[in-house]
Design a protein. Structure first.
Ligand SMILES: [Zn+2]
Length: 401
């Protein structure tokens, strides 16, 4: 306390020392005047000067600070404007992209709906609990149009639609695959190689003709999952059509010689020879029936076979009926399974009245025994497939009209 007051007193003394009473003599025209400026006056003047200086400094400082602030604000505003412009440019850029994505989604939706309607009709797609659960756990990445998270909301909405579409495509794919696998199992059970059938069909070899709706290549442009779907649909169609084309109907209501296919002693030469069909001995004139739906492509004589009728079932499958005594169908006729096409006989190289029944796959004779002995479960799958193939054909005809 004492030291503080001592310091204060010391400063006051120094301050007071600055201001001392002054006496000024002013001499004007011989007169001397005496002017006294007291220390109190000096202090007042100094105080006023100090206040003025302080006020000026304050104003100057505030103007300066204000200017600084304004510059800062201006910079900030400029920055904001630049950002807004950039965002606008980006939005403008993506607005085109949004339109593009929307058009893309539209096209895909149309394709999906077309496929679903064509192949499944009003049949509900299997919910595929597994697929849905998997999709819920790990939503499929939207790969075809990587959506920018900074995109405007409408683009985000499109991304969500796209994700839903992917999930529908996945369900459709699962349903198609399930059906194709069913047909594949049935085809394999009938003694044919399903993989080879699909491969040959895909390279356009070996006859199987799929009236693909002029869309080949379009799906792959729509994205990976669509290409996968198209591939699965192709496989399903080839296998189901093959299944339908497989002649599993009895070509005559008589017992077949089940051991007659393969190498055997030729009844004429006595030598070992390949017998490429099954024989059905029976009374002359027994009705000969088409073993599967198809088109009569040959009616006439063939060397060794005598009178022959041939029916094309599509998918590279042809049935040949030989040694006939008469015909009841003409070339070009569409026949159903079980429809009479001829009469049993003994023409050509034949030792007695019988039917020689041959099945050719892509021009090569195959043993028809497994077709004719198809089990009920296979026939059921076949009947299902026939229904669908017929519905497809009807829809195609309606569409062509
Ligand atoms: Zn024969």
């Amino acid at each position: 306390m004492s030291s503080q007051s001592t310091g204060l007193r010391h400063w006051r003394q120094r301050f007071n020392a600055l201001f001392q009473d002054h006496e000024i003599f002013i001499r004007t025209h011989g007169h001397v005047r005496f002017l006294r400026i007291s220390a109190v006056w000096q202090k007042r003047v100094a105080l006023i000067a100090g206040l003025v200086l302080f006020a000026w400094a304050g104003v100057t400082l505030s103007v300066f600070v204000n200017q600084l602030l304004t510059a800062g604000e201006r910079a900030e505003v400029a920055q904001k404007e630049a950002a807004a412009e950039a965002a606008e440019a980006r939005i403008a850029k993506y607005r085109d992209r949004v339109a593009e994505i929307a058009a893309d989604l539209d096209e895909r939706q149309a394709q999906l709906e077309d496929w679903q309607k064509t192949y499944f009709g009003n049949e509900a797609l299997p919910e595929g609990a597994k697929t849905d659960a998997a999709a819920a756990e790990a939503p499929k990445p939207v790969e075809t149009s990587a959506i920018d998270p900074r995109l405007p909301p409408e683009a985000q909405a499109l991304a969500r639609i796209e994700a839903r579409q992917e999930s529908l495509a996945a369900r459709l794919l699962a349903a198609v695959d399930a059906r194709a696998t069913k047909a594949e199992t049935a085809v394999a059970e009938l003694g044919l190689d399903p993989k080879s059938l699909v491969r040959k069909a895909s390279i356009g070899q070996g006859g199987p003709f799929i009236p693909w709706r002029g869309r080949t290549g379009r799906a792959s442009a729509l994205g990976k999952s669509f290409a996968a779907l198209e591939g699965a649909l192709f496989r399903m169609e080839v296998l189901e059509r093959t299944l339908v084309a497989i002649p599993s109907g009895q070509p005559a209501h008589v017992l077949m010689l089940s051991s007659s296919y393969g190498y055997r002693r030729d009844p004429f030469t006595g030598q070992s020879a390949m017998h490429s069909g099954l024989d059905f001995p029976g009374p002359l004139g027994t009705p000969i029936l088409a073993a599967a739906p198809g088109k009569v492509v040959f009616v006439g004589r063939r060397s060794g076979y005598g009178n022959v009728v041939e029916v094309d079932h599509g998918q590279g499958i042809l049935t040949r009926y030989a040694h006939l005594s008469g015909f009841t169908a003409k070339v070009g006729a569409q026949v159903t399974a079980g429809q009479q096409i001829a009469k049993m006989g003994s023409t050509g190289r034949s030792t007695g009245s019988h039917l020689h029944f041959e099945v050719r796959l892509n021009g090569v004779a195959v043993n028809p025994r497994r077709f004719l002995e198809a089990k009920a479960d296979v026939l059921e799958v076949k009947a299902d497939a026939r229904q669908r193939v017929h519905a497809l054909a009807a829809a195609a005809r309606a569409g062509a009209r």
